[in-house]
Design a protein around this ligand. Structure first.
Ligand code: KIV
Ligand code: ZN
Length: 512
C-alpha cells in the first residue's frame, strides 16, 4: 500500500521574510520561488499582499512563473486584505488564500479588541470572501496554542462549514512542547465536526527550540500539512525548518509512514540560495544543511564511517545535495555558456544590459579564481538583483594597509549619488578602517548590529560572502557583498546595507 502524502507548505518568503532585515525584492522572491518549485514544495506562501505594493507585485510575479507548486498569499481576516490577496494570486495555475485571525484571549482582548463572537463571525466572513477568488482557502487560528479548546473547535467547525479546505493550527509564540502539541492536534481532529473533510496543518515557531519536534508530534497525531521555512528562517527564533522535517519523515519512514514530494538533492542548493539572498548564514552545526552536518572529526567516528558508513551516519550527504557543488564554468567559458548556466539555475536577468554587466563581472571573477561554481554564480548575480534597490553609494576605489606593527589604514573613494568622494581612516583592522572611512562620507549614523563572513565555496581563492546588519530609526536591513578579497566584500556589503537604509520602504506587518 502506498504511503500517504505529507504536504510541505513553505513560508520562507512570508514568515521567513519577517526576520529582521530579511525583506526581499520581487526579483529575489522569484528566484527563491523557482528554486522552491524545483525542490518540490507543494505550497509556496509568497508573501502578505496587503503589506505594501512591493509585496503585492512580488506575489503576483511568483504566481506568474510558478507552475508546479500552489502559490499562496497571506491575508488578515478583513475584506481589504483578502481582496488584495485574491488579486495577487490571480495569475497562478494553482492559487491559495491563507487567512487568519487570532483566537486566544490575550490576542483578542489586547490586540484585536474584539469579542469571541466577533472573531467567530469575522473568521467565517473571511473564508467566504476568499472563496470568491479560489476554492483553495486555508484558515489559521493565530496563537492557537494559547486559545481555549472549546472556542477553537467552535471556530474550526464554522470555517469548515463556510468552505475552508485547510485548517492550520499555529504555535505562534513557540510555547508548546511535543506531547501537548500532539495531544492538541489529536483532540481537534477527533472533536471538530467535519474534521475528515479538511487537511490539518501545523505551524510552529522555535522560541524554545522545539518547532520541528512539535511539528512532527502534530504529524504523528494526524496533521498532513507542515508549514516550515528553509534554514528555519523566521520571526524571532524562527520557524520549523523544512530540511529537518523532510529528512526526519524520510529517514524515519518506519515511524511516520508518509511520503513528501521533495527532491532532497535540492535541499542544500536551496539552503545556500536563501542564505545568500537573505544574508542569514547557516550555523555550522545546523542539522542537514550546516557545514559540519556530515563532518566526522573524532578518530573513532572516522574509522567507523570508513569501515561501514552507517555506524555513524543515518543519512547520506549526497542525498541532501552536499557535493552537488558543481564546477560550472572557467576563464574560457563564453557568454552563451554563462547565459545557459544561469537559465539552468532558474536565474533570469532582465535585459541585455544586465546580462552584459553580470558577464563582465563573471570574467573579472574568472581571472581571480580559476574554477567557478554554481554558488559563485548565485552570489555574482545577486549584485544585479540588489541593484533594484536604488544605488546611492557605490565603491569606486579602495586601498587598505594592514601590516604587523602598524595601525590599519584605509583610503576609499565612493560615488555618492554620482559624485566622487574620498576619505581615509585608521581602524582596529582593515575592515574597521574602511567602514570608518565610509561613514565619514555617508554620515548615516547607522548602528552595525552584525558583521559576518562566510566562504561561498572551499579553498583560499574562494569568494568571501559578507553580511552586515544595520539599524537606524527602527528599520533593520541586511547588506551583502561577495568578492575574493574579503575587505572588498565587506565594503560592498556595507554600502549595500546603506543603500537599502536610504531606500524608503514601508511595509505593514501582518501580526501587528
Ligand atoms: O505564527 C503564526 O501564527 C502565523 C500565522 C499568520 C499563521 O504566522
Ligand atoms: Zn508564524
Amino acid at each position: 500500500m502506498k504511503n500517504e502524502q505529507l504536504i510541505i507548505f513553505d513560508t520562507t518568503l512570508r514568515d521567513g521574510e519577517q526576520s529582521p532585515g530579511a525583506a526581499m525584492t520581487k526579483e529575489e522572491k522569484v528566484r527563491i520561488a523557482r528554486q522552491l518549485e524545483r525542490l518540490g514544495v507543494n505550497v509556496i506562501e509568497a508573501g502578505f499582499a496587503a503589506a505594501s505594493p512591493g509585496d503585492f507585485d512580488a506575489i503576483h510575479a511568483v504566481a506568474e512563473v510558478v507552475k508546479e507548486s500552489t502559490v499562496c498569499s497571506l491575508a488578515r481576516a478583513n475584506e481589504k486584505d483578502i481582496r488584495r490577496a485574491g488579486e495577487a494570486i490571480k495569475p497562478a495555475k494553482m492559487g491559495r488564500i491563507h487567512t487568519f485571525i487570532a483566537t486566544s484571549p490575550i490576542h483578542m482582548v489586547n490586540k484585536l479588541r474584539m469579542t469571541p463572537d466577533q472573531v467567530l463571525e469575522r473568521a467565517v466572513d473571511a473564508v467566504k470572501w476568499a472563496l470568491e477568488y479560489t476554492d483553495d482557502v486555508e484558515f489559521s487560528a493565530e496563537d492557537a496554542v494559547r486559545s481555549d479548546m472549546d472556542f477553537l473547535i467552535k471556530v474550526f467547525d464554522a470555517v469548515i462549514e463556510a468552505g475552508a479546505k485547510t485548517i492550520n493550527v499555529p504555535d505562534t509564540v513557540g510555547y508548546s512542547i511535543p506531547a501537548l502539541w500532539g495531544e492538541r492536534m489529536q483532540q481537534l481532529i477527533s472533536q471538530v465536526k467535519d474534521a475528515n473533510k479538511v487537511i490539518w496543518s501545523t505551524h510552529c515557531h522555535n522560541d524554545l527550540g522545539m518547532a520541528v519536534a512539535n511539528s512532527l508530534a502534530a504529524v504523528m497525531a494526524g496533521a498532513r500539512q507542515v508549514e516550515c521555512t528553509i534554514n528555519g528562517l523566521g520571526e524571532r527564533a524562527g520557524n520549523a525548518s523544512l530540511e529537518e522535517i523532510v529528512m526526519a519523515v524520510r529517514t524515519r519512514k518506519d515511524v511516520f509512514k508518509l511520503e513528501t514530494s521533495i527532491d532532497t538533492n535540492q535541499i542544500v542548493p536551496t539552503s545556500k540560495l536563501v542564505s545568500t539572498i537573505t544574508g542569514y548564514p547557516v550555523q555550522p552545526n545546523k542539522a542537514v544543511v550546516g557545514a559540519n552536518a556530515f563532518a566526522h572529526e573524532s578518530g573513532i567516528h572516522q574509522d567507523g564511517v570508513l569501515k561501514h558508513r552507517e555506524t555513524y551516519e543515518i543519512m547520506r550527504a549526497e542525498d541532501v545535495g552536499w557535493g552537488a557543488n558543481k564546477l560550472t564554468l572557467g576563464k574560457l567559458s563564453g557568454r552563451n555558456a554563462f547565459r545557459s548556466r544561469l537559465t539552468e539555475l532558474g536565474i533570469e536577468l532582465e535585459g541585455e544590459e544586465a546580462i552584459n554587466s553580470a558577464f563582465a563581472r563573471f570574467k573579472e571573477l574568472a581571472d581571480k579564481k580559476s574554477e567557478i561554481f554554481d554558488e559563485d554564480l548565485h552570489a555574482l548575480v545577486s549584485d544585479e538583483f540588489v541593484s533594484d534597490t536604488t544605488e546611492y553609494f557605490r565603491l569606486s576605489y579602495l586601498q587598505v594597509c594592514s601590516q604587523t606593527g602598524e595601525v590599519p589604514h584605509a583610503v576609499i573613494t565612493v560615488l555618492d549619488r554620482g559624485v566622487e568622494k574620498r576619505a581615509e581612516a585608521y581602524g582596529g583592522g582593515p575592515v574597521d578602517a574602511a567602514f570608518k572611512a565610509i561613514e565619514s562620507i555617508v554620515k548615516s549614523e547607522a548602528e552595525l548590529l552584525l558583521y559576518s563572513v562566510n566562504n561561498i565555496t572551499s579553498g583560499t581563492d574562494a569568494q568571501g560572502e559578507v553580511t552586515v546588519r544595520l539599524a537606524k530609526g527602527g528599520r533593520i536591513v541586511n547588506g551583502q557583498g561577495a568578492d575574493t578579497d574579503i575587505v572588498v566584500a565587506s565594503v560592498k556589503a556595507y554600502l549595500n546595507g546603506l543603500n537599502k537604509l536610504c531606500s524608503k520602504s514601508e511595509r505593514a506587518h501582518p501580526q501587528v
